[in-house]
Design a protein around this ligand. Structure first.
Ligand SMILES: [Zn+2]
Ligand SMILES: [Zn+2]
Length: 350
């Protein structure tokens, strides 16, 4: 019998997308075949794979792999030995398949697994930019009925990452929250901080499209361009600065601002990847009793907690999606995301 085939998007580098014809895989022991419903594009796809293959070694993109590490879909075929999930279940794929038995994996942080068995979807194994994706049952998060597949795709990486950072610094109704960099990750940070009751939301961004989007979505009380930001933030916080800040700009000035615009005893989280940060410890953090947290992706259990809370809060990550493409137009989707005049970009499937 002839095997069923499909076409998936691969990223050869040099800002190109190549469609690849392949067999639809059969799930083995402990695996499921998922019919992909939505896969969103991450900043890391652009920075580390699409423009050029940046990562080397075990964390590098393997040329020819189907891209897409933010997939969400429905199980259409069960492998043997499944313990929890079944055909028909709507699922998010945690985008790293960890070895499952190292200390990091046992904490749920597959992202931090250093085993040679670690594989990221869309990097070292086929990801979600294809009509079907082969996944390990242990990597799945159940998608509640109240959330859409597009909501789920965003949880798989971006919202999970932001939620982790926010839980580390803690955000509540006492807090003015500053977010530097209003790309999809920064907008997600504002959306979650708002749901947690932050009493003032401040954004800093230079791209006019993204400033407009943050306003349109009702995610900012104040938004400043970088050169006017410090003065503006001090003005709206009575000269004290914010209680919490999150850097999603990944830029040196954005990070410096996040540190200096945070008041005494405040907490700062860095989630934007790459680049450097220069600051002067004594005046910038030590004398102000401030804490800076680094935060990388999230754990399986926190992702489960996040989907539960999204339902309780009644918010939808898909609201950040500004542009959708079919898989045949994946090239346009990546090009738009690379240009930056967009919110979140999604590839959606029938
Ligand atoms: Zn990502
Ligand atoms: Zn591991």
């Amino acid at each position: 019998m002839e095997k069923m085939r499909m076409r998936g998007a691969t990223l050869p580098g040099n800002s190109t997308v190549e469609m690849k014809d392949m067999e639809i895989p059969k799930p083995g022991h402990g695996q499921v075949l998922i019919q992909t419903k939505a896969t969103t594009i991450c900043g890391s796809d652009i920075r580390c794979i699409y423009r050029e293959h940046v990562g080397k070694g075990p964390e590098g993109y393997i040329p020819g792999m189907v891209a897409g590490h933010e997939p969400c879909g429905v199980i259409v075929e069960e492998g043997e030995g499944l313990r929890r999930f079944k055909k028909g279940d709507r699922v998010i794929v945690y985008h790293i398949s960890g070895c499952g038995v190292c200390n990091d994996c046992r904490r749920g942080y597959y992202i931090s697994c250093k085993s040679r068995f670690r594989q990221a979807y869309g990097w070292q194994r086929n990801g979600g930019m294809a009509p079907y994706i082969l996944a390990e049952e242990k990597d799945l998060i159940a998608l509640p009925d109240e959330l859409t597949y597009k909501d789920g795709a965003q949880v798989a990486c971006g919202f999970g990452t932001v939620y982790e950072a926010i839980e580390k610094i803690g955000v509540c109704g006492n807090d003015a929250v500053l977010v530097t960099g209003l790309g999809p990750v920064g907008l997600a940070a504002l959306m979650l901080a708002k749901a947690m009751g932050a009493n003032m939301l401040i954004g800093v961004e230079m791209n006019d499209y993204r400033i407009g989007l943050a306003k349109e979505l009702g995610l900012v009380d104040y938004v400043f361009k970088p050169d006017e930001a410090m003065e503006g933030i001090m003005k709206v916080t009575n000269g004290n600065g914010v209680e919490r800040s999150i850097d999603a700009s990944a830029s040196d000035p954005g990070r410096q601002l996040a540190i200096r615009a945070t008041r005494e005893w405040g907490k700062i989280a860095f989630v934007g990847e790459g680049g450097t940060c220069s600051f002067t410890p004594s005046p910038d953090i030590i004398h102000g009793q401030k804490t800076i947290y680094g935060s990388w992706v999230t754990s399986l259990w926190r992702m489960e907690e996040l989907v539960e809370r999204l339902v309780r809060w009644g918010i939808h990550p898909e609201d950040l999606i500004t542009d959708e493409f079919p898989i045949e137009k994946a090239g346009e989707a990546y090009a738009l995301m690379a240009g930056g005049n967009c919110g979140k970009v999604a590839v959606v499937f029938d």
